[in-house]
Ligand binder design. Structure first.
Ligand code: FAD
Length: 455
């Protein structure tokens, strides 16, 4: 870069900042990484207290590129499909794909973070500064002010450049918006979440199938559970904030207990700490950040800071990792940070908008549609068509989760065509035997060009 190449400052050492630091160091850059929190490498995870994430192909591809995947591979819990728990207590497994590699993985957020930071710490040229909080940004003077929380001292960092990976509540984004450099819309969802735990049984084993993501769809709300490698599950309750059935309406512990028993009767006894957790765990907010413009005078937003999304596709972090790969790949092609920032935004924005929309759609799918026979038939048909036409008909979920080489925007556009075909082909049908596969083949040939080499 002609406009200041040697030291890159990254604010935020979460998944985006930590991965980006490693990828940039590999491009020969020196990196200073700042985070307001204490160093997560010194934190020990209490058994059964893990907060986990779904990791899919886009994230794995990025972690491999950074040499981090091998460090976490042994801690991954493969999930082969959704195990849907109906209100009457019956369960059914809806597979995510047809091929052995078409699985997603549950991983402890803390362990992933620790692995990223350990690799970063071993990389010469990366210096890490925890307990350092970014307080302000001056775009006119091109510096950021960071407070060392241990000493209280203020540091001024030149923005040559400043990469803001400071998450959904990004201070840098707020300053860019306040000063009119970018336009931001934060669309909150009127649903929140609360994390609960399903500890291992007395023999240390999982109480539910550990190879599935469990869902209790209940129309306007749902419970999900992802496995951990210590025999426990982390469950998350998603519920409206206000209204007749909502966090606000639950009331005291008797109200909570009654709600859990009425809605999730088959698992409630497997959550012995439910009432204590309900009382102490906060209700988290959810929403989507839409920012028109991600950069201003030497600073750029990356990851959740630029485009936080709702968690219902399990893609937020995967998408952030894809940002990092894209950003790092542009470094050798540019001599100016400003031009790089503009190109990065132009390439990523349509894709992050696409996954933001698909993530919102997936909430309805998870909390309601998975329980509908018609949706289940369409899912089975989608997998069958994928089998028969693997280069043309790849279910949207598979495009998003298992094919990093297919961008989000393409997945969204082809997904819309496929959804119309599925509607059309299942009209009046009750099972796959009633589907006209010859007509399906003709429509697919006509409407869906071949996409990837046959697997
Ligand atoms: C309930 C829930 C479930 C989710 N499940 C999944 C999932 O299954 N799969 C998936 O891919 N994604 C999931 N996500 C999304 C995922 O958590 C985020 O996309 C991801 O953490 C974003 O990474 P980030 O590094 O951009 O931001 P963050 O993880 O928010 O990290 C930001 C970092 O910046 C630091 N920071 C913030 N402000 C400052 C400041 N002023 N100064 C210095 N440092 C600062 C913070 O301390 C933090 O370390 C989920 C999100 C939620 C809420």
């Amino acid at each position: 870069m002609k406009d200041g190449r040697d030291v890159v400052r990254i604010v935020g050492a979460g998944p985006s900042g930590a991965l980006l630091a490693i990828l940039l160091q590999r491009q020969g850059l020196r990196v200073e990484l700042y985070d307001a929190r204490p160093d997560p490498r010194s934190v020990r995870e209490a058994s059964g207290r893990s907060i986990n994430l779904a990791l899919a192909d886009r994230g794995i591809h990025a972690l491999r590129a950074a040499g981090v995947f091998e460090q976490i591979a042994s801690a991954l819990m493969p999930m082969r499909g959704r195990c849907v728990h109906a209100a009457d207590g019956t369960t059914s497994l809806q597979p995510y794909g047809r091929r052995p590699q078409e699985v997603i993985y549950s991983i402890s957020r803390l362990r992933l973070s620790q692995a990223l930071l350990r690799v970063a710490a071993r990389s010469p040229g990366i210096s890490m500064h925890f307990n350092h909080r970014l307080e302000d940004v001056s775009f006119a003077e091109r510096h950021a002010t960071v407070r060392d929380l241990a000493s209280g001292n203020l540091l001024q960092l030149p923005m040559q450049p400043l990469l803001a990976c400071d998450g959904a509540g990004s201070r840098v984004r707020h300053r860019m918006a306040e000063l009119g450099h970018i336009e931001v819309r934060e669309a909150g969802l009127d649903h929140g979440y609360k994390e609960l735990s399903i500890p291992a049984d007395a023999d240390g084993r999982h109480r539910l199938d550990p190879q599935a993501l469990h869902i209790w769809p209940r129309g306007d709300h749902m419970l999900i559970a992802l496995p951990n490698d210590d025999g426990s599950f982390t469950a998350t309750l998603f519920l409206p904030m206000h209204g007749a059935v909502s966090f606000a309406a639950l009331g005291d512990s008797a109200g909570v207990e009654g709600f859990l028993r009425a809605n999730f009767g088959d698992v409630v006894e497997s959550m012995p700490d439910r009432l204590a957790e309900f009382a102490t765990h906060p209700v988290g907010g959810l929403g989507t950040v839409y920012a028109a413009g991600w950069h201003a005078a030497g600073a750029v937003l990356i990851g959740d800071a630029a485009h936080a999304i709702v968690p219902f596709h399990g893609q937020g972090m995967n998408c952030c990792f894809e940002d990092c790969i894209d950003f790092a790949a542009r470094i050798p092609r540019h001599t100016s940070w400003e031009v790089l920032f503009a190109d990065f935004y132009a390439a990523r924005k349509p894709n992050t908008d696409a996954i933001a929309a698909m993530a919102l759609e997936n909430y309805l799918e998870m909390r309601a549609r998975v329980a509908e026979p018609r949706f289940q038939l369409q899912q089975s048909l989608a997998l069958e068509l994928y089998n028969r036409h693997p280069r043309r008909f790849i279910p949207r979920y598979a495009m998003v989760m298992f094919h990093h080489e297919i961008c989000y925007l393409t997945a969204q556009r082809r997904g819309a065509v496929q959804s119309r075909l599925l509607e059309d082909l299942t009209r009046g049908a009750n099972s796959l035997t009633e589907v006209d596969f010859a007509r399906a083949a003709r429509q697919i040939e006509r409407e869906l060009a071949p996409l990837t080499p046959e697997a």
